[in-house]
Each structure stands twice: as structure tokens, then as C-alpha cells.
Design a binder for this molecule. Structure first.
Ligand SMILES: O=P(O)(O)OC[C@H]1O[C@](O)(CO)[C@@H](O)[C@@H]1O
Length: 422
């Protein structure tokens, strides 16, 4: 795996015996019929069907992605990290009428033949996504498009076995991609959910999948001295058990990877925040994710991180080499400018990150520093698989099921009760 790791104050000691035990457990998790996230991208037919769909609609200049939670956060993160072309992306990922108004206004002014609407919902029954479908069909109707023609504008991604969207897909003859039944919504970035937007963003899908495949063996290694998945799990679990640290600040030093923090937030929060353990006993556990990005948040949250309660672990993601850089020399004379003049912007970013890590260490904070050589498809896929694997494994440490989300159901039921009273 080409992610490199440093742990502060120190890497936990993972003996080979412990590694063998934990990898056995991890294999049990990823080989379970309902939790196949670790292997889905090995299914080449998922890649080829997505490429075929892309070919069919590749002339589209506006890609409207409709979905919420895991059906949107992965694609948003991938596109904002690595888009390489001019495709206009619109993410309809909320039901704020004012935002939808702006999005629909934009769409009213573009040629429909330039648009592709990608509706993603694992369950096919999510109210927010179906609401957006209703509004988009109104837009199409107003432009004279009949339901029999929706197939020219829509692609669906949903569970191939059980989903309301399947019924509509059959009725309207919509091209439909698979969200594998055995992969939970928040683990679907490395499936057609992420693949299709990646292709429309001009990303190299083969390199993306290769990155994930190349990480598999290292994540399963029973060498405790090199398996960083196990080290990270031990590090975070013991911080929680011994020091009560259960907040996790996720802070890439990169604007392009800022959305990785939002993707991580759902993965970490929805998977690990649980009322009951696997035996059904009340335990109310979880790790609270905190979104950050450097260097910007040094001027926002870092004061708290340094001097506030020592109740947070920090995951800092570094991009070693940026694709672009700028020298900082200037014709202006100023003391502060002249201190920068012999350096580049990426030198400043690196120095600020290292400076923050050093200061955090002086304040006895706990840090996992992850480095990628560059922000590309290969490394992004490795980050995704690493954090998905870490989440699954932490579920075992916490003795909970990281693949369900019973806590969000009650709110949905009450929302419909309120709706029916309106
Ligand atoms: O893909 P779906 O089924 O529309 O679900 C969207 C999101 O809603 C949840 O089920 C609950 O928040 C998430 O787990 C999921 O990512």
C-alpha cells in the first residue's frame, strides 16, 4: 500500500499474534455475505457495465447527481478531489427548497439533451431522493418530455434485488446500474455509485480500481509491525479505553480533499455510533467525527485543538506533492513577504502542517499522520479502502454492528407522521 503513516506520541506495538487474531476477525467481517465492501471492485462486470453506460451518454456536459448520504458523499468527494474536465456537476443532495430553486433555475437554462440525471439510492425509497425525482420529472414535463422519453435522460443506480426504483426503471425502461445488495450505502464509493461520476469527471477509473486492489494484501497482512490498519485501530481504541478520547478530527491539508472529511464523517458516525452492542445490551458508544482541513482551519479550530480539552484524536492527511505550485517571490517590499520569497506555496503548506503537528505534540495531543505521494485516483482509492476497513474493524473493537443504522429510522417514521398532519 502506498499510504505512509506516523503515529504520535508513538505507534502502538502490534505483536504478530495480535495481528493474526485481528486479521482473522477482519476476514470474518469482509467475507460475510452482507458486508462485501472489501471485494466489490474485484467484480469486473460492475466496471464494464458502468463504462458501457458512460459510453452511451458520454456526450452529456451536465451531470446531475441525485442522492443523499452514502449515495452522494462518495461521488462528491471523488469529483471534488480529481475532476479533470469541464463537465458541469450538480449534486442534488438536500431538500432545501431555496437550493433546489437555484439548481432548477440553472437547469431551466440548459439544453436537456446536454444533461444526464443520475439517481442513486440503494434502498430506492429515500424520501429526499424521491422528492428530487418528482421535481425533476416536473421540469422535464414542462419542457415537453414524456415519461416514455425519460430513458434518454435518466440513469438509476440501486439495489438489484429490492428497491422501489427498480419498479420505475422497468416501467420507464431506464438504464440501471447495480448498487450491490451486500454493500451498505456509505461503503459504495468503490462501486458504480462512484464509478459513473468518476468517468464523467474524466478520472482514470482503471487506476482508481487498481489502487484499491493493490491495497488489499497489505490491509490483510499479519505482520503487526507493518500493518497500519491494525496499528490505527489499536491506537484509536486504546485512546478511547484508557483516556476517554472518542472524538476524531479528520483534517486533510488539501482543499481538494476537503470533501474526504465529509465522506469520512458519515462513514465513521453512522457506522460506529450505536446504542446497543451485538448482544443487545445498551452501551451507547461511538466516535464523534470532526470535519477540518488545513491550512484554513488553523485560523478557525486549531486554537481549540491545541488548548481545549484533550479529548480528540487527529487524523491528518498530507499530500506530499501537489500537481501545481507557485513561487512566492514578489516585487513588493515587506518584512513578512521577504520571509516567504525564496519558498513556494507547497513549501508553506508543508511547513504549516508540520508546525501544527509539532505544536499539537507539545500539547500532548494524539495524531495519526497519513501521507499520500500525490492526489490521484490510485491514492484516493487506497484512502477510501483504508478508512472503510478501519471503520469495519473498529465496529468489532466496539462490539457493535457497523453496517446498520437503526437510529435514523425513528426520525424518518416521525417525519412521515408530521407530514400526514400538515
Ligand atoms: O441510498 P439510500 O437508500 O437512498 O440511502 C441514503 C442514506 O440514507 C441512510 O440509509 C440513512 O441515513 C444512509 O445509510 C444512506 O447512505
Amino acid at each position: 500500500m502506498s499510504l505512509s503513516f506516523k503515529f504520535f506520541p508513538e505507534r502502538p506495538n502490534v505483536s504478530n499474534d495480535l495481528a493474526a487474531t485481528k486479521i482473522d476477525i477482519f476476514k470474518g467481517i469482509i467475507n460475510n455475505a452482507r458486508t462485501q465492501f472489501f471485494y466489490t471492485f474485484n467484480r469486473t462486470e460492475l466496471e464494464t457495465t458502468t463504462k458501457t453506460v458512460y459510453q452511451k451518454f458520454s456526450d452529456r456536459k451536465v451531470f446531475v447527481h441525485v442522492g443523499i448520504g452514502g449515495s452522494s458523499l462518495g461521488p462528491e468527494m471523488m469529483v471534488s478531489a480529481l475532476q479533470k474536465n469541464d463537465t458541469k456537476f450538480i449534486f442534488i443532495n438536500n431538500i432545501d427548497p431555496e437550493e433546489i430553486h437555484s439548481q432548477m433555475n440553472f437547469l431551466k437554462n440548459v439544453e436537456l439533451k446536454d444533461c444526464l440525471f443520475y439517481f442513486v439510492s440503494k434502498s430506492g425509497g429515500t424520501a429526499e431522493t424521491l422528492a428530487a425525482l418528482a421535481i425533476i420529472t416536473q421540469l422535464l414535463e414542462a419542457r415537453g418530455v414524456r415519461p416514455s422519453e425519460y430513458k434518454n435522460y435518466f440513469v438509476f443506480a440501486t439495489d438489484p434485488v429490492k428497491s422501489e426504483l427498480l419498479t420505475l426503471a422497468r416501467e420507464w425502461d431506464i438504464t440501471t446500474l447495480e448498487v450491490p445488495s451486500d454493500v451498505g450505502g456509505r461503503f459504495t464509493a468503490l462501486t458504480p455509485v462512484g464509478f459513473l461520476p468518476a468517468l464523467f469527471a474524466g478520472m482514470d477509473l482503471d487506476l482508481f480500481i487498481k489502487g484499491a486492489k493493490d491495497a488489499q494484501a497489505d490491509l490483510l497482512s499479519t505482520d503487526g509491525s507493518t500493518n497500519e490498519l491494525l496499528a490505527a485501530a489499536e491506537f484509536l481504541y486504546h485512546l478511547k479505553e484508557k483516556k476517554g478520547i472518542s472524538q476524531t478530527v479528520f483534517m486533510p491539508y488539501s482543499s481538494k480533499l476537503r470533501s474526504l472529511s465529509f465522506w469520512f464523517t458519515q462513514l465513521w458516525a453512522e457506522s460506529l455510533g450505536k446504542k446497543k452492542n451485538r448482544k443487545g445490551e445498551m452501551i451507547n458508544v461511538g466516535f464523534t467525527p470532526i470535519v477540518g482541513y488545513g491550512a484554513t482551519d488553523q485560523h478557525s479550530q486549531v486554537q481549540l485543538f491545541m488548548e481545549g480539552p484533550n479529548d480528540k484524536a487527529f487524523i491528518i492527511v498530507e499530500v506530499e506533492k501537489f500537481a501545481h505550485d507557485f513561487p512566492l517571490h514578489s516585487v513588493l517590499s515587506s518584512n513578512n513577504l521577504s520571509k516567504l520569497s525564496t519558498f513556494s506555496l507547497s513549501n508553506l503548506m508543508k511547513a504549516e502542517m508540520e508546525g501544527t503537528i509539532k505544536a499539537l505534540r507539545e500539547n500532548e495531543r494524539h495524531i495519526i499522520h497519513v501521507k499520500i505521494a500525490k492526489n490521484d485516483e490510485y491514492h484516493l482509492a487506497q484512502l477510501i479502502l483504508f478508512f472503510e476497513s478501519l471503520t469495519a474493524l473498529m465496529g468489532d473493537y466496539l462490539m457493535i454492528d457497523p453496517f446498520d443504522q437503526p437510529g435514523v429510522e425513528a426520525g424518518k417514521i416521525y417525519a412521515f407522521e408530521f407530514l400526514n398532519q400538515l
